[in-house]
Write a protein that binds this ligand. Structure first.
Ligand code: M6R
Length: 616
């Protein structure tokens, strides 16, 4: 889960690499580095910290880095702590080969032992330094060209990688390869751009090729792309796509952080998710991916939803919705657990995978496993053309636009919107939802954007509450029914960006243990909207108050009972239970954001996290 970048052409590489790395920081930002090649020499700079630190370090040398071939890397540490030595690029023992790598080499230790026995030494603790030396070893032992050495070495590698490698004395060639981790190639006349995603090169070209797993490419200055299969060296015909990316969508504009911008975008992103898919006046839901799969869903004996993190919380909401409206049992699984526990999936079972990035390694591996077992796999993804989107049997894009903040917000509400459409559409087709309920929910879905707009207007009030609570060390989040996953999501948001310990529970579970924690030092954020188990939640609140817990309650406008008991209330518009997560989560996102800001945290790039987790 790092970002890689490269350039080969006629322009100066340095600005392309540095600016590109800044755009890839969402993939990791604990250290970064570049290597630029000029007249058989390599200028290599790397440092701990963000790309800004690298830029500062280089400008302090007051030199002009020349060269039209270069590679760069921004890191999220897997093997070895974030420091200058472990930062990429890594160099082979002879100083001839220079590599950048995103992924994990799982059999690196066994290879390292062989290399040590053959006299190799290592400066870093990384698997990548092992890989570059392994390539050097294979090259020298067999007197191979770099192309052949890379190919043969990669056939011995277990794990995931996207790599770019250069031989110092042949700077007119870069070799790239992919397995598991993403790798996009921008192609112009006489130049190539390498990147983990196309954003860094979209200003230069929209002609792009996404390398597939098991492919490598030899990029030679001024020559046509040479694409090959890693296993057998067969030449492949490149399929070059024209990308359509609106760069305005990935600028912060007036907002201090992308996360706040993305929270505020939700009325629009939900509209975008619904656009052309829900005809409110006629109560018609029409989405190609669902249309194509609806009979498969209806005939399924059970449905399994697989995801990680926030997408897993959306999956839990999907469980409520699908069981309620289509009356088929649903299981929700963490992708990382599913793939390693011999799951029972039979032919024609339906598996839904949910992922914002479409690149999460565990989710992708779970998808492949489900397909291998014969399941029909339906995807809900945000990033168009992502690995998950390309591998499912059918699916739907969420259309939330690029989500840059590491803490997922608008992707979550877009995922829920798709799950609602899916459950309503299949339920109607199966006649497990009655017509009037179906039409009233379709109508109500159309009112969600204005309801979110209403909540966004009370941000000033949430700022006031945040000032009171920002210094507490522990929080509990409670919800019931379909709002229990929202409580989990609220807690995750707070943990991720403010580093405050927070746990989410179903409200009634309190008395089975967590209530022991309650005293005046624990704020409890509770979703207590009128629908669902309102009376029961009042009971839960009384139990907390009796133990001096502080209550921040999310209630409906006009609420009296909870408002009398809670220390602070955040009022939101009334909404049907099934649609309520779309609005109850908004104040929780704002609260987490504001508390993190008061605590002075970097909201968009929280420590230890990366936007896209492309390693196991
Ligand atoms: O891209 P994905 O939806 O597959 O990502 C899954 C999780 O890594 C992600 O939701 C993560 O938990 C976020 N940081 C949550 O804010």
């Amino acid at each position: 889960m790092c970002g890689i970048i490269g350039y080969l052409g006629y322009r100066e590489a340095y600005p392309i690499l540095i600016n590109g790395l800044k755009k890839l920081e969402y993939r990791g930002y604990d250290s970064s580095g570049i290597a630029i090649f000029y007249e058989n020499e390599c200028s290599l700079y790397k440092t701990k910290g963000r790309v800004n630190e690298l830029e500062k370090k280089i400008s302090s040398y007051k030199i002009k880095i020349k060269g039209t071939t270069g590679i760069g890397h921004t890191r999220w540490a897997t093997h070895g702590i974030p420091d200058d030595l472990n930062a990429h690029p890594h160099v082979s023992n002879s100083n001839e080969l220079i590599i950048i790598h995103n992924g994990i080499i799982e059999n690196y230790y066994a290879i390292k032992i062989i290399l040590l026995k053959n006299g190799f030494t290592f400066k870093s603790k990384t698997d990548t330094e092992v890989l570059v030396n392994f390539i050097e070893y294979i090259k020298k032992e067999n007197k191979f060209s770099l192309e052949e050495a890379v190919r043969v070495s990669l056939n011995e590698i277990v794990g995931a990688y996207s790599i770019a490698i250069v031989e110092k004395t042949r700077p007119e060639t870069i070799i790239i390869a992919k397995l598991g981790s993403p790798l996009a190639l921008g192609i112009n006349k006489k130049e190539f751009f390498i990147s983990s995603d196309p954003i860094p090169f979209i200003n230069y070209t929209n002609n792009a090729l996404y390398l597939k797993d098991g492919e490598m490419a030899i990029l030679r200055k001024g020559e046509e792309l040479d694409l090959r299969k890693i296993t057998n060296n067969h030449k492949l015909s490149p399929i070059i796509k024209k990308l359509k990316i609106n760069l305005k969508k990935i600028e912060k504009g007036k907002y201090k952080y992308f996360m706040l911008k993305e929270i505020y975008e939700q009325p629009k992103t939900i509209l975008d998710t619904l656009r052309g898919r829900l005809l409110i006046s006629k109560g018609i839901i029409c989405i190609d991916g669902i249309e194509f799969s609806k009979d498969i869903f209806i005939n399924a004996k059970c449905i399994t939803i697989i995801a990680c993190g926030t997408s897993w919380h959306a999956s839990l909401i999907g469980e409520y919705l699908l069981e309620e409206f289509i009356r088929i049992p649903v299981e929700v699984e963490y992708a990382s657990e599913f793939r390693y526990r011999h799951p029972i999936i039979k032919k024609k079972d339906v598996v839904i995978v949910i992922s914002q990035s479409g690149e999460t390694a565990d989710t992708l591996a779970a998808l492949k496993l489900a397909k291998k077992k014969g399941a029909f796999v339906f995807g809900i993804c945000n990033v168009v053309g992502s690995s998950i989107a390309r591998n499912v049997d059918a699916g739907v894009y969420t259309h939330a636009g690029p989500e840059i903040g590491v803490a997922s917000t608008k992707a979550f509400t877009a995922q829920i919107t798709i799950l609602i459409l899916l459950a309503l559409k299949i339920g109607k087709h199966k006649s497990t939802i009655n017509d009037s309920r179906y039409s009233s929910l379709c109508k109500e879905l159309g009112t969600i954007p204005e309801k979110i707009n209403y909540i966004l207007k009370i941000y000033d009030y949430i700022k006031k509450i945040s000032k009171i609570y920002y210094n507490f060390n522990n929080f509990i989040y409670l919800g019931r029914g379909i709002n229990f996953p929202v409580a989990l999501e609220g807690a995750l948001k707070l943990k991720e960006i403010s580093y405050i310990h927070a746990e989410g529970y179903p409200a009634a579970e309190m008395k089975h243990g967590p209530i022991a924690l309650i005293d005046e030092n624990i704020p409890v954020v509770i979703i207590a909207t009128k629908k669902g188990c309102y009376d029961k939640i009042i009971g839960n609140i009384q139990e907390i108050k009796a133990r001096k817990g502080k209550i921040i309650a999310i209630v409906n406008e006009g609420d009296i009972q909870v408002s009398m008991m809670a220390d602070h209330v955040i009022k939101i518009p009334d909404i049907s239970e099934e649609l309520s997560p779309l609005v109850t989560v908004i104040p929780l996102q704002l609260l987490a954001y504001q508390i993190a800001c008061i605590r002075g945290k970097n909201v968009d790039q929280p420590r230890n996290l990366a936007k896209s987790v492309t390693v196991e």
